[in-house]
Design a protein around this ligand. Structure first.
Ligand code: PMP
Length: 438
């Protein structure tokens, strides 16, 4: 008998319906969706505008090979993305998700350099404490020991920078010296590896699944961009989790005037109504890649006509309801609600938020920021109790030292009301409870 590959829950609830910010299981129990899966459902569930767009596209053209055809929905989607991306006249290559997007961006960066006669440029730089995907190249750039432990014999090509992680900052002169430290680390790494070997620097402008809503300063980004440009290194912004309004700007790069050469998105690109991601490539880079004819790459579901129709419907709805502004203003309300509900709890080490993107770091000792031992599965316990209290939250571990460290990561749908956001905070507060204390 064939069976579904099980998830980590012994007896997972079977979801039968989803509407707005609610998921309902087959017993009729309702859960508020505070995290939209892994921060993907940005418009809420059962949005009839998105479903209608998907349905209409399926009925007119469901599939047309990208190698010989294009379609109106793909052309329109690319044009519409151009109005919100932090790049001039970008080229758009759509894929089925974030990891595919990151792999595609890496290959594009390599093709760009080879096309310009710089064959030696192949290395990727990434920062510790960031997540870029589960496929081989993206996993190599990821810093999450629990994910890559088994596969290390296949990995090890990526050059690493320190994590930019304010709450657990290791800079001796913190907070004044952080920018200098990180800029020096970038310069040292380039000198050590040799600029002529480096293809690109990939980064999450606001971190997600690993350190949770951590970000660097404007002055760091000004300097880091200048250093990369001076050394011929392409900037790849990984906005798979933080993009599409999640942080209260269309893209997180907008907060610090980051102008990436390539930008990868996924998740909220389709609000999870279709497996969709994309790479946006700055015109100057994309043209070189295209004209060289060197970029031989693609997936069966690249440049999906249906994905484009869904992505376009999502962008239109976001503009129509001004959901980026909603994310910024509701995000402040949500952060205040989280702080008011459990900000002074002895095991809540930190609450970080930007737009409707929030992380709650759970610690054994607030003063020293010591995490609970991983063997205690504290955050899993909170997640389980949260489900009992009727709220789903996403969790992540390992941000303190690679193994220990626990966060609850939230990204409610932008259409959530203040009442619903307050209720999510209150249910999570009950799940954190009072009995944690190490
Ligand atoms: N990059 C980032 C920043 C992500 O958060 C994720 C997914 N959590 C990915 C890449 C990979 O995306 P996917 O799971 O859709 O392959």
């Amino acid at each position: 008998m064939a069976r579904l590959f099980p998830n980590s829950f012994a007896a997972p609830a079977k979801i039968a319906r989803a509407d707005g910010v609610y998921l309902t299981d087959t017993t009729g129990k309702k859960y508020m969706d505070a995290s939209g899966g892994a921060i993907a459902v940005s418009l809420g569930h059962n949005d009839s505008d998105i479903i209608d767009a998907l349905d209409a596209q399926e009925r007119s053209v469901a599939y047309a090979s990208r190698s010989v055809f294009t379609s109106q929905s793909l052309e329109d989607y690319a044009a519409e993305l151009g109005t919100v991306l932090p790049m001039e006249s970008p080229y758009i290559f759509t894929v089925s998700g974030g990891s595919e997007g990151v792999e595609t961006a890496f290959k594009m960066a390599r093709a760009y350099h080879v096309a310009r006669g710089e064959d030696s440029r192949h290395k990727i730089i990434s920062r510790r404490g960031e997540y870029h995907g589960a496929t081989r190249g993206a996993l190599d750039a990821t810093d999450r020991p629990t994910y890559d432990r088994l596969y290390r014999p296949w990995l090890g090509q990526t050059a690493r920078l320190p994590a930019y992680f304010e709450y657990r900052c290791e800079v001796p002169t913190h907070p004044q010296g952080c920018d200098d430290y990180h800029v020096a680390a970038l310069e040292e790494l380039i000198a050590r590896e040799g600029a002529e070997t480096i293809a690109a620097f990939v980064f999450e402008p606001v971190t997600g699944a690993t350190t949770g809503v951590a970000c660097a300063t404007q002055s760091y980004w000004l300097r880091a961009q200048e250093i990369c440009r001076r050394n011929g290194i392409l900037l790849i912004a990984d906005e798979v989790m933080c993009g599409h309004g999640r942080t209260g700007e269309w893209f997180a790069c907008d907060h610090w005037d980051i102008r990436p050469d390539l930008l990868v998105a996924g998740k909220a690109a389709s609000s999870a109504y279709w497996p969709l991601g994309f790479v946006a490539v700055a015109e100057s880079v994309g043209r070189v890649i295209h004209e060289s004819g060197l970029f031989v790459h693609g997936f069966t579901h690249s440049q999906s006509v249906v994905g484009a129709a869904v992505g376009l419907a999502v962008l239109k709805k976001m503009k129509q309801l001004d959901l980026v502004t909603a994310s910024a203003t509701k995000g402040k309300f949500f952060a205040d609600a989280l702080t008011a509900t459990f900000g002074d709890h002895p095991n809540v080490g930190d609450i970080r938020a930007l737009g409707l993107f929030a992380a709650v770091e759970i610690v054994a000792d607030k003063e020293s920021k010591t995490p609970f031992p991983r063997s205690a599965y504290v955050v899993e316990g909170i997640q389980q109790r949260a489900l009992e209290h009727g709220v789903y939250v996403y969790t992540s571990v390992g941000m303190a030292d690679g193994t220990n460290g626990e966060i609850i990561l939230m990204g409610p749908a932008f259409i959530a009301t203040e009442e619903e956001l307050g209720e999510m905070a209150s249910r999570l507060g009950r799940a954190i409870g009072t009995e944690l204390l190490a």
